[in-house]
Design a binder for this molecule. Structure first.
Ligand code: FE2
Length: 297
């Protein structure tokens, strides 16, 4: 999903809270050393998230080795490596804690909750971004053209619905059963329609498989670490497109005799996707990354 709107709002708390949390922790440790930290020590021991400040640096170095520019898709061994690293990532590794007020909130404060994002690193080959979703926040159905994306749910619970095109590379000169008679709809097959709750395994999508088009709906406050290779780029024709999904049965195909047998034999659930403008109700803001810094030297 493209992220480009200005910063603002209470979501800034998420980023600054991470730093504040570390500062408070340092003070608690200092207090403990002065001999009065018994109770604080118990609280610290209750904190089950073990931070590894070097984890994000190792992840960055692996990304730099794996993502070699537009047009390249990571090899299976590289996917395995990144996935394994992300599976081990914990909130503390990027300066977050489930104790932060943001993640303790259970009620949606707004009708259309604001989504916050923070960029850990970005270069032409890849980007590392964290998205914060309050309860009921929705990242609308969108695509990732020519991209491979790793998504690690660090905290919270969310519903993911994702699709791939039935025909990823259609010939525009040929009428197809995977486009609709009004030519504004394109046939997609459902890849995921599930609830994910942290800690859970990393999901990976590819240019034409793995659920390249997806929608996230937060059930509980979420933090999602995304690695996008390459990032969105209008200059390089990788802009983000938004869609709405329509049940397959609501529209006929351009070629009623079209052969969808193979798709149906795979047990795929089908839907029509229609391009839409970026939803006006989508509210996003960016904040400064407050987690452990990385070095690109
Ligand atoms: Fe996305």
């Amino acid at each position: 999903m493209k992220v480009e709107r200005g910063a603002g709002g209470v979501e800034v708390e998420v980023a600054v809270a991470a730093e504040a949390e570390r500062t408070a922790k340092r003070r608690r440790v200092a207090g403990g050393r002065r001999g009065g930290g018994g109770g604080v020590g118990r609280r610290a021991r209750r904190r089950r998230v073990q931070a590894d400040a070097a984890a994000v640096q190792r992840l960055f170095q692996a990304c730099r080795a794996v993502f070699r520019g537009p047009g390249t898709v990571p090899k299976p061994a590289e996917v395995h490596l990144l996935r394994a690293m992300l599976d081990r990532m914990r909130p503390g590794d990027v300066g977050l804690s489930p104790d932060l007020k943001f993640f303790r909130t259970r009620d949606a404060a707004e009708r259309t909750p604001t989504i916050t994002h923070t960029t850990i690193y970005k270069c032409p080959d890849f980007s590392m971004v964290i998205f914060f979703l309050p309860p009921n926040a929705v990242i609308p159905l969108h695509n990732h053209p020519g991209m491979t994306v790793f998504s690690k749910l660090l905290l919270g619970s969310m519903h993911i619905k994702s699709y791939d095109w039935v025909d990823p590379d259609p010939d525009p000169s040929v009428s197809s059963c995977s486009s609709s008679s009004n030519d504004q709809l394109r046939l997609a097959k459902l890849v995921a329609d599930d609830v994910f709750t942290a800690p859970c395994d990393t999901s990976v999508l590819y240019p034409t498989t793995g659920g390249n088009m997806h929608r996230f709906t937060a059930i509980a406050p979420c933090a999602i670490l995304d690695i996008l290779g390459p990032p969105y780029s209008i200059e390089e024709d990788r802009d983000c497109t938004y869609y709405t999904d329509i049940p397959y049965t609501h529209h006929s195909t351009a070629d009623e005799g079209g052969d969808l047998t193979g798709v149906e034999q795979e047990g795929c659930r089908l839907a029509w996707l229609k391009e839409v403008d970026m939803p006006r109700e989508l509210k996003m803001c960016s904040v400064h990354y407050g987690g452990p810094p990385i070095s690109d030297k």
